[in-house]
Design a protein around this ligand. Structure first.
Ligand code: ATP
Ligand code: HMH
Length: 275
């Protein structure tokens, strides 16, 4: 028998496999973590955009959560698309007394501009879920909604990350620079220190699901017992290679490449090979 860390993603779906649950499970598999999933919404989407969304009932989401949590307790959890206030309240109720590391990717709008979270929920996520988070991973527009001011510079991103921790109650926050210009710089505040994670910005339209992939990679490393800073370092390396070596798939914003990092390795790759 092999002992293995497990991770759970609670999110929406992408039938083309680039974002949402499907992307998360690919990352978990790649990072050698046993992947599990609870679906919140089924999304008809592809690399060109979102065509339609069907939410599962809160009752049914609860049944899925109970099925997982009573049988295979994960070592880390991430949430992605949680569209409604009722879903947020359910997840908050389930995770309130948990000590399992919890990553929130506060998914609000798809790359194509389609809303994946209703307007009231944008307010409610601040009060219900953010205080439970080990780390929150907003992109710039999401961070702006959470903190209530514009983010244009790294200084603004630092202020936002600090506010999400000091005032909204998360243990850590990383404001991603994917939507800014220049180098792709993400700013992490872990309650003590600020850290910058920086990479070249690649000129590519293959950025569907980058946020899901990044937060899933962080979740996988937390499940294996890494610190937030080390998990983010790995997550950044993984997503950078996934963007640098795009796959020739899709008519629109294509998916990233989960094997990209194999071409050049990751900081923790040696650890895997040595096992
Ligand atoms: N063109 C790029 N080149 C290099 N890194 C990038 C690029 N675009 C995004 N990134 C990096 O990818 C990660 C995800 O950031 P991004 O801001 O794209 O997330 P997101 O908007 O939440 O994604 P999505 O909503 O598509 O899931 C961050 O580490 C960011 O710096
Ligand atoms: C289900 C889902 N979650 C997140 C995103 C954001 O990339 C998306 N497009 N679809």
């Amino acid at each position: 028998m092999h002992k293995i860390a497990s991770a759970l993603t609670i999110a929406g779906t992408d039938p083309t496999g680039g974002a949402g649950i499907q992307a998360d499970l690919k990352v978990f598999q790649e990072r050698e973590v046993y992947g599990m999933s609870v679906i919140t919404s089924v999304v008809a989407q592809n690399t060109e955009g979102v065509q339609d969304v069907q939410h599962l009932t809160v009752d049914f989401i609860e049944k899925q959560l109970d099925a997982v949590l009573t049988d295979i307790p994960p070592q880390a959890i991430k949430t992605g698309m949680i569209a409604t206030v009722e879903m947020m309240e359910l997840i908050a109720k389930k995770l309130k007394n948990s000590t399992i590391p919890y990553v929130i990717d506060p998914v609000m709008v798809a790359k194509s501009g389609h809303s994946l979270m209703d307007k009231t929920s944008r307010e409610v996520i601040r009060q219900t879920l953010i205080p439970l988070a080990t780390v929150v991973t907003p992109n710039v527009p999401e961070a702006e909604i959470l903190v209530g001011f514009d983010i244009q510079t790294n200084d603004d991103a630092e202020k936002a990350a600090k506010l999400i921790v000091d005032e909204l109650g998360a243990q850590a926050a990383i404001v991603k620079g994917g939507h800014l210009t220049g180098e792709a710089i993400d700013v992490l505040y872990d309650g003590n220190e600020l850290y910058y994670f920086q990479s070249e910005r690649f000129n590519t339209k293959h950025t569907h699901g980058t946020g899901c992939t990044f937060s899933a990679a962080i979740t996988a490393e937390l499940a294996k017992g890494k610190s937030v800073k080390d998990a983010v370092e790995l997550g950044k390396a993984y997503i950078t290679k996934a963007i640098e070596y795009p796959l020739e798939l899709g008519k629109g914003n294509g998916p990233t490449n989960h094997w990209g990092y194999r071409l050049e390795g990751l900081p923790a790759q040696k650890e895997i090979v040595d096992k």
